[in-house]
Design a protein around this ligand. Structure first.
Ligand code: NAD
Length: 308
C-alpha cells in the first residue's frame, strides 16, 4: 500500500481523494527536521507546503520515497538537488495560489496608499487620525511589475481593468503578446521600472539572480512618493536597505507579506515603522487556493503511483 506523509495541513477534499485512492495517510503537521527524519523512513510520498523543510538530511534518510509534493508554488524549502540525485520526483501546484496572491498584493497596495492599517491602529488607540491619513488613489498611477509571470500578470490585470493603472514590467522573458496588448503593458529595463513606477510589485522567484534584486541602489532610484509591495520572497529585497529607505523617506511606504527571516522577529525594525503594512506570509492562505493546491498535487500523486 502506498504510504503518504502529509506534513502540512491540506484541504480535506484532497485528503479524501487520497483515502478514496486507497493510500495510507500519516498526518503530522510541520514536524521538526529530526522528527521528519524518523517519519520519512518508510513513506512513498510526502506532501508539504512552505514548511516543513525537506533537507538533504531528510531526503537521505528516506528509504522508499518516490515523490515530494508541494501544495503550492515555491520549492525553496525542498533540496531539489538531493531529490534529483535519488531520482525522487518533485510535484507542485504552480497556478493554485495565483489569484489569492494577486488579490493580496492589490490589498497591500490599497492598505499602504490609503494608510488603512495605520488608521485602524489609531482608531483603536482612540485617535481620529483623519489629517495624518491623507492618501493617494491607484487610478492612473504606474504599476511596475517585476516578474510578469502568473501572479505578476494577474496583479497587472486587476490593476489595469479595476483601477486604470498603467502597466510597465521587467522580466527576463517578454510576456505573451496578447497579455501586452490586453494590458497595454510595456516591457522596460529594471532601472526604468524603478524610476517610473508609483507602485513596484515583486513577483519573481528567489533564485541567485534575484537575491537582493531590490537593493539600496534600486531603492534610491524610486520616486519619494512610490511604494514597494513584496508578496514573492523576502530574499528578493535587501531588508536593511529597505528599512533605511523607509526611515529616511526615499520611498513612501511598503506592503510586505514575505521576509528574509520568517517568522519576522517581533522587535524587527520593520515593525517600528508606521509606513509599512506587514502580513505573515498569507499570500496563498485562502480556502480557495488551498483547495486548488491540495487537489492538484494529490491528483499528480495518484496519477504517478497508478502509472508506475
Ligand atoms: P511564475 O514562474 O509564473 O513567474 C515568475 C516570473 O519571474 C516569470 O515570468 C519569470 O520569467 C520571471 N523571472 C524569473 N527569474 C527572473 C529574473 N532573474 N529577473 C526577472 N524576471 C525573472 O511564478 P508565479 O506563479 O507568478 O510566482 C511568483 C513568485 O510568487 C513565486 O516564485 C513565489 O516565490 C511567490 N509566491 C508567494 C506566495 C505567498 O504566499 N506570498 C505564494 C505563491 C507564490
Amino acid at each position: 500500500m502506498v504510504k503518504v506523509l502529509v506534513a502540512a495541513p491540506i484541504h480535506e477534499k484532497a485528503l479524501e481523494m487520497l483515502k478514496k485512492a486507497g493510500f495510507e495517510i500519516v498526518y503530522e503537521e510541520y514536524p521538526s527536521e529530526d522528527r521528519l527524519i524518523e517519519l520519512i523512513k518508510d513513506v512513498d510520498a510526502i506532501i508539504v507546503r512552505s514548511k516543513p523543510r525537506v533537507t538533504r538530511r531528510v531526503i537521505e534518510a528516506a528509504e522508499k520515497l518516490k515523490v515530494i509534493a508541494r501544495a503550492g508554488v515555491g520549492l525553496d524549502n525542498i533540496d531539489l538537488e538531493a531529490a534529483e540525485e535519488k531520482g525522487i520526483k518533485v510535484f507542485n501546484a504552480p497556478s493554485a495560489p495565483t489569484q489569492s496572491v494577486a488579490e493580496l498584493a492589490i490589498g497591500l497596495m490599497l492598505a499602504v496608499m490609503r494608510k488603512i492599517a495605520y488608521a485602524d491602529r489609531k482608531m483603536r488607540e482612540g485617535v481620529w487620525a483623519k489629517k495624518q491619513c491623507l492618501g493617494h488613489e491607484l487610478r492612473g498611477k504606474v504599476l511596475g511589475v517585476i516578474g510578469m509571470g502568473r501572479i505578476g500578470s494577474a496583479v497587472a490585470r486587476i490593476a489595469y481593468h479595476g483601477f486604470g493603472m498603467k502597466i510597465i514590467y521587467y522580466d527576463v522573458r517578454k510576456c505573451p503578446k496578447e497579455i501586452e496588448k490586453e494590458l497595454e503593458a510595456k516591457c522596460v529595463d529594471l532601472d526604468t521600472l524603478f524610476k517610473e513606477a508609483d507602485v513596484v510589485t515583486i513577483h519573481v522567484p528567489l533564485v541567485p539572480a534575484t537575491k537582493h534584486l531590490v537593493n539600496e541602489e534600486k531603492l534610491r532610484l524610486m520616486k519619494k512618493t512610490a511604494i514597494l509591495i513584496n508578496t514573492a520572497r523576502g530574499g528578493v529585497v535587501d531588508t536593511e536597505a529597505l528599512v533605511k529607505a523607509l526611515r529616511e523617506g526615499w520611498i513612501a511606504g511598503a506592503g510586505l507579506d514575505v521576509f528574509e527571516e520568517e517568522p519576522l522577529p517581533p522587535d524587527h525594525p520593520l515593525t517600528k515603522l508606521e509606513n509599512v503594512v506587514l502580513t505573515p506570509h498569507i499570500g496563498a492562505n485562502t480556502v480557495e487556493a488551498q483547495e486548488r493546491a491540495g487537489i492538484e498535487v494529490v491528483e499528480k500523486i495518484i496519477e504517478f503511483f497508478k502509472s508506475s
